[in-house]
Design a protein around this ligand. Structure first.
Ligand code: FDA
Length: 312
C-alpha cells in the first residue's frame, strides 16, 4: 500500500471524466462485473440488501451514498435529496441507522454555507431518527474546513456525528487533541489521498508509526473511537493496547471496507470485537473505486481478470 507512484497514477485516473463515463457505463452493468467487489450496487435497495447480509454475519454497518466534488448548487441539492431519501429507505428497512458522507458531495467546492445547510438538512432528519452520521475526510485542501464545520455543528448541539482523521498528515496528531477535547468521535484511517511531502508522510513505516501513536491516544482518551484499517499489524496493536489497559471490547470498534479482508472481519467478530463495514453504493462510484485500486496494485490484476472474463 501507499506506493506513491501507484497512488499518483490512480489519483490522475480518478479525475478523468472520459474514463468515469466509460466505467459508469460498463463497470456495474452486470452483477459479476469488476466494480462489484467494492461497491454494493447502484441503488439504495441493493445497499440495504448488502447491509442485511453484513448484519447477519454479526457485523455492523455504515452506508455511503457515493458522490463527491459536485460543481453546482443544483447537483449539491440533488445529492442532498438522494441522502434524505436514502435515510427514509434505511428507516423503512429496519437495518442499522448509520451513514457516511462527503462535504464536497453536498457542495463544499461551490459554496460552503450551502454545503453546511445541506448537511444540517440531513442531520435534521437523521439525528432524531437515531442515526449516526460520519463526515468522511477528503484530500488535504478540505481538512481544515471539514474540521471547522464539524466543530461548528458540534457547538450548535449536533452530537450524533463524527469525523475522520488521517495518520498520513503531519497535522493530524494535533487535530486529534482538538477533537478529543471536544468529546467528538473519531474514525482513524491512514489516508487514501495522494498528498505532498511538505504536509504528509510518504513512507508506509512513517504513516504506520503515526497511526500506532494515534490509536493508542484514541483508545486511552477517545470517545468510542473507530480503528479503521485492514492492516493486521495495526489491529494487533489496538488489541494489545486495549488488553494492557483494561479497555473493554465495546469501548471502541474496528472498521473495514466492503469487499476487503472478509477473513479478518470474521475473525475479529469471532474474537468478540465490534466490526463495522463501510458499504458504498450509488452511480458515482468511479473515484472511490480508483482509490481502492491505488491502495493495492494487486487489485488491478483482479480488475483486468474481471474485464477479460466479462468479455468472454
Ligand atoms: P494498508 O494500506 O497498509 O493495507 C493493509 C492490508 O489491507 C493490505 O496488505 C491488504 O491486505 C489490505 N488492503 C488494504 N487496502 C486494500 C484494497 N484497496 N484492496 C484489497 N486489500 C486491501 N480514507 C480517507 O482518506 N478518508 C476517509 O474518510 C476514509 N474512510 C475510511 C473508512 C473505512 C471504514 C476504512 C476501512 C478506510 C477508510 N479510508 C478513508 C481509507 C484509508 O485511508 C486507507 O486508504 C485504506 O483503509 C487502506 O489502508 P489500511 O489501513 O487498510 O492499510
Amino acid at each position: 500500500m501507499l506506493d506513491s507512484a501507484a497512488k499518483t497514477f490512480f489519483h490522475l485516473l480518478a479525475q478523468s471524466g472520459t474514463l468515469k463515463k466509460l466505467a459508469s457505463r460498463y463497470g456495474m452493468r452486470k452483477p459479476t462485473s469488476f466494480a462489484r467487489r467494492f461497491i454494493a450496487g447502484e441503488s439504495v435497495d441493493e445497499a440495504i440488501a448488502a447491509g442485511r447480509a453484513v448484519q447477519a454475519r454479526g457485523l455492523t454497518l455504515t452506508l455511503d451514498y457515493l458522490g463527491e466534488s459536485v460543481h453546482s448548487l443544483g447537483e449539491a441539492d440533488a445529492a442532498t435529496r438522494d441522502y434524505l431519501s436514502a435515510v427514509q429507505a434505511i428507516i423503512a428497512s429496519g437495518i442499522e441507522r448509520n451513514i457516511s458522507l462527503k462535504l464536497t458531495q453536498l457542495g463544499l467546492d461551490v459554496d460552503k454555507a450551502s454545503a453546511v445547510d445541506n448537511l444540517r438538512k440531513i442531520l435534521g432528519l437523521a439525528e432524531p431518527a437515531g442515526f449516526f452520521v460520519r463526515i468522511d475526510m477528503e484530500g488535504s485542501p478540505y481538512t481544515a474546513v471539514t474540521l471547522e464545520i464539524f466543530e461548528t455543528l458540534w457547538q450548535q448541539g449536533y452530537r450524533q456525528m463524527g469525523v475522520v482523521l488521517q495518520s498520513a498528515l503531519h497535522r493530524s496528531e494535533q487535530d486529534l487533541e482538538r477533537i478529543i477535547a471536544l468529546g467528538g468521535r473519531v474514525r482513524l484511517v491512514k489516508g487514501a489521498y495522494k498528498e505532498p511531502k511538505t504536509i504528509a508522510y510518504q513512507k508506509k513505516a512513517d504513516v504506520d508509526a503515526a497511526y500506532a501513536r494515534m490509536l493508542a491516544r484514541l483508545l486511552a482518551a477517545g470517545h468510542y473511537p473507530a480503528i479503521a484499517t485492514h492492516d493486521p499489524a495495526m489491529i494487533a496493536l489496538a488489541r494489545q493496547y486495549a488488553a494492557d489497559h483494561q479497555i473493554a471490547t465495546d469501548a471502541f470498534e474496528f472498521q473495514m471496507l466492503y469487499g476487503i479482508r472478509r477473513d479478518l472481519q470474521n475473525a475479529l467478530v469471532r474474537d468478540g470485537y465490534r466490526v463495522r463495514l463501510y458499504i458504498p453504493f450509488g452511480r458515482e462510484w468511479f473515484p472511490y473505486f480508483m482509490r481502492r485500486l491505488g491502495e493495492r496494485p494487486a487489485n488491478v490484476a483482479f480488475v483486468l481478470r474481471g474485464i477479460t472474463a466479462d468479455k468472454g
